[in-house]
Design a protein around this ligand. Structure first.
Ligand code: NAD
Length: 264
C-alpha cells in the first residue's frame, strides 16, 4: 500500500512536539499539505522547519493558537478554513490525586482535551461532507477505558472524546467523512519525558528504560512491556487518515501495546 495524500490538506493540533509532531511529519511524507499548531510562534516555526528539513519538498505551514479557548479555536479556523483532514491531537495530562484537583483544573482539562476537538470538528465537518471526503481523528488514550487512578480527571476527558468521536461518525453517515479515535498507551513523547524526568534524574535511566519501568509498574497488563514510540502511534494515525481507510469509521483503535485486557 502506498499512501498518497498529495491532494489533501491536514491540520494536526498540538503538533510542535510529541505524537502530534510525529503525525504531522508522517502526513507530510504522504505528500499532504500540513498545518502544524502549538501555542507559541517560536515552537511552531521550529516544527515547520524540522518537517521541511526531514521531507524534501514538504508543504507545511504553522498557526500558533491556544486551543484551550474558544477564541483560539476560532483564530485557527480563520487561518485554516477548510482542511480535508483534522487530527484532534492536542491534550494535556499529569498525575494528581482526585482530592487535589480543583474545579478550575477539571474545566481546563475539559476545554483543552475535549472542547478543542468539539469546536474544530463543528467548524470543519460539514465542509468535508459537502466536498464528499474527510477524515476526523481524535487522539484519545487507553486511559479512556482504563481510568488511571492517579489522573481520573484526564481519563474522564479521554472517555468523553470517544463519545464525541463515535457520535459524530454516526452523525456523518454516508457523507464520505470518517471519524475515529486512536487509543495510544504510554508513549515516549516530550510530555511523557517531562513526566518521567525526576525518575530519570534519580535512577540515571534512559528515557526508554524509564518508560519500560513505568509500564511495568503502572500498566503491568502491557503485552509489549514498554512504552511505544511516537512513530508507532503516528503510523496508525496516517493510515486512518488515508484514502485506503475508507471503511473504518466510528472506531476506537488501540495502539496500547495490548495493555487493555480485552479480546475485541
Ligand atoms: P506532548 O505534551 O508531548 O505535546 C503536546 C503538544 O500540544 C505540544 O505541541 C504542545 O505545544 C501542544 N499544546 C498543549 N496545550 C496546547 C494548547 N492549549 N493549545 C495548542 N497546543 C497545545 O503530548 P503527547 O504526549 O504527544 O500527547 C498528544 C496526545 O496524545 C494527547 O491528546 C494525549 O492525551 C494523547 N496520549 C498521549 C500518551 C502518551 O503516553 N504520550 C498516551 C495516550 C494518549
Amino acid at each position: 500500500m502506498k499512501i498518497d495524500l498529495s491532494d489533501k490538506t491536514a491540520l494536526v493540533t498540538g503538533s510542535t512536539v510529541g505524537i502530534g509532531y510525529a503525525i504531522a511529519l508522517g502526513l507530510a511524507r504522504t505528500g499532504a499539505t500540513v498545518v502544524v499548531n502549538g501555542r507559541k510562534q517560536e515552537a511552531v516555526d521550529k516544527a515547520v522547519k524540522a518537517i521541511e528539513d526531514a521531507v524534501p519538498g514538504a508543504r507545511v505551514t504553522g498557526v500558533p493558537a491556544d486551543l484551550g479557548t474558544g477564541e483560539g479555536a476560532a483564530a485557527l479556523v480563520a487561518a485554516v478554513p477548510a482542511p480535508d483532514i483534522l487530527v484532534n491531537n492536542v491534550g494535556i495530562f499529569g498525575p494528581k490525586d482526585f482530592f487535589e484537583v480543583p474545579d478550575e483544573e477539571w474545566a481546563r482539562f475539559f476545554e483543552v482535551n475535549v472542547m478543542s476537538g468539539v469546536r474544530l470538528s463543528r467548524a470543519y465537518a460539514l465542509g468535508m461532507a459537502e466536498r464528499g471526503w474527510g477524515r476526523i481523528l481524535f487522539i484519545a488514550s487507553e486511559s479512556a477505558l482504563n481510568i488511571p487512578v492517579e489522573m481520573i480527571h484526564y481519563g474522564f476527558t479521554k472517555t468523553a472524546q470517544l463519545a464525541v468521536s463515535r457520535g459524530l461518525a454516526k452523525r456523518l453517515a454516508g457523507t464520505g467523512v470518517t471519524v475515529n479515535a486512536i487509543l495510544p498507551g504510554p508513549t515516549l513523547s516530550e510530555g511523557v519525558a517531562d513526566m518521567l524526568k525526576d525518575e530519570i534524574a534519580r535512577t540515571g535511566q534512559s528515557l526508554e528504560e524509564a518508560g519500560a519501568a513505568f509500564v511495568k509498574a503502572h500498566r503491568p497488563s502491557s503485552i509489549i512491556q514498554r512504552a511505544a514510540s511516537v512513530e508507532e502511534v503516528a503510523n496508525m494515525a496516517v493510515y486512518v487518515c488515508s484514502k485506503e481507510a475508507s471503511a473504518t469509521t466510528g472506531s476506537a483503535l488501540r495502539v496500547d501495546g495490548g495493555l487493555v485486557d480485552t479480546i475485541a
